[in-house]
Design a protein around this ligand. Structure first.
Ligand code: SF4
Ligand code: SF4
Length: 440
């Protein structure tokens, strides 16, 4: 693609980097067929190729982005299906990330949109604030008829306050429970500490059972993905703190791997190296942190997950949902299904496994109409597998898919943990037997 940046513009390293990305695009359009929003609207401006042109015009113009360009860029899920489909290796992720930051800094949004985006950035990365919001949400249910439809819908799906009461595993350190093979750090996450507290507990049991000590660093909870995808460059402060927190311990040899059990967070931490590459004091540390990050499914596969006792019979049929941030963001595709099969589950993959469920961080809170269409499609495809339970590797996808299916949705590690003798995931309570009863 031909670009027309001025010499002055190209003196800025960020613009130079975007210019290099744009020039790789040969506008072949192969990416369009993979794009969920283009498949919904058929509008070229809702396709990757259309957005690349919009971003090019926006950056070249150097003026306030047009409202229509903002609309089409905001509709992008950052699912990265286009990146997987592109034969030219266009780095769409960093292009759209940059565009979001430019829009955040310079584009006018209506006061309602500004308020909602500020609220999401101020609450979601902070488990205590999020718990408070859950309690307030339940208290406000009696007047929900006055709320807009999306807010009413989300109130229905709020977990009970008692289910959000405590954070993930209380211990900062959990020793291996089988022959020791090493030490890892586990990212506790932010929203996950409130809406998915069973996931971290199952992860710790699995890792301990596989022979790994687990460190939970109280000072590193949120990876920064939520604010980053809202275009807020202020998140770099949090990222620098995370890098310092992890890297000091990596250098001390406390652990060698940072295990991450939410694929959206994994994609983010693996990108720290890029985000801090221009900072001489932290670039090497950030590269070390990104290099040490691993999704829990790839870590367990690489580590050689010990053969589980045949506790779970093969009649438990699981639909394996591969989140976009896992398959397109980290090129992890077979590991979750391999682990589930290894533990005795019968695994099915849905026909549209490459398609986004519409969760995409805060997308389903900001782009409700598109998200619900994609959620319905994903729900129908997963139901069509005939599975009894859906396994995902990302809490955001789990919460989104639960709205569109009538079968339980759990994290893959919860099933692996159950198969390894851990507790039955609460979502399966009454539907499946406890592992202890299967042993006898
Ligand atoms: S597939 Fe790649 S090269 Fe082709 S239009 Fe899309 S981004 Fe550009
Ligand atoms: S990231 Fe997803 S939604 Fe955005 S342009 Fe690419 S394929 Fe389309």
């Amino acid at each position: 693609m031909q670009t027309r940046f001025s010499a002055a513009q190209l003196s800025d390293p960020a613009t130079r980097a975007m210019d290099a990305i744009l020039r790789k695009c040969v506008h072949c359009g192969f990416c369009n067929a993979a794009c969920p929003t283009f498949r919904l609207t058929g509008d070229e401006l809702d396709s990757p190729r259309g957005r690349i042109y919009l971003i090019k015009d926006m950056l070249e113009g150097g003026t306030m982005p047009a409202a229509s360009a903002v609309t089409h860029i905001d509709r992008c899920l950052s699912c990265l299906a286009c990146t997987s489909a592109c034969p030219s290796g266009v780095d769409y992720m960093h292009l759209v990330d940059h565009a979001r930051a430019v829009i955040h800094e310079s584009a006018p949004r209506n006061p309602g949109a500004v308020l909602l985006r500020s609220l999401l950035a101020a609450v979601l990365p902070h488990p205590r604030r999020l718990r408070t919001l859950v309690v307030l949400g339940h208290a406000a249910k009696f007047m929900s008829t006055w709320f807009p439809a999306p807010a009413r819908e989300w109130l229905e799906f709020l977990p009970a306050p008692e289910d959000c009461a405590s954070a993930s595993p209380a211990d900062d350190f959990s020793p291996a429970t089988s022959k020791r093979r090493g030490s890892v750090a586990l990212l506790a996450g932010c929203v996950q500490q409130v809406f998915g507290r069973e996931i971290n507990a199952a992860s710790v049991r699995l890792l301990n059972g596989a022979g790994f000590d687990v460190h939970l660093l109280p000072e590193v909870a949120c990876c920064g993905a939520i604010e980053h995808h809202l275009g807020r460059t202020s998140v770099l402060g949090r990222i620098r703190d995370n890098v310092r927190g992890w890297d000091r311990r990596l250098k001390e040899g406390q652990f060698s791997t940072i295990v991450i059990n939410a694929s959206g967070c994994g994609t983010m931490v693996k990108d720290y190296a890029h985000l801090l590459s221009g900072e001489p004091k932290l670039a090497a540390d950030a590269a070390r942190v990104s290099g040490a990050a691993a999704d829990i499914s790839e870590f367990l596969c690489d580590a050689g997950f010990p053969h589980a006792p045949p506790v779970i019979p093969r009649y438990v049929v699981v639909a394996c949902q591969n989140p976009c941030s896992m398959q397109h963001g980290q090129n992890i595709r077979r590991q979750p299904a391999d682990l589930l099969r290894h533990c005795g589950f019968s695994v099915r993959e849905s026909a549209d496994d490459h398609a986004c469920c519409g969760s995409a961080g805060t997308y389903n809170l900001l782009q409700g109409a598109f998200a619900s269409k994609l959620g319905r499609q994903k729900g129908a495809a997963l139901r069509a597998t005939g599975a009894q339970v859906i396994a995902s590797g990302n809490l955001g996808c789990m919460l989104q898919i639960r709205r569109y299916v009538d079968i339980p949705v759990v994290h893959t590690v919860q099933l692996l943990d159950w198969a390894s003798g851990g507790p039955l995931p609460s979502q399966l309570s009454g539907l499946m037997p406890e592992s202890s009863s299967l042993r006898h």
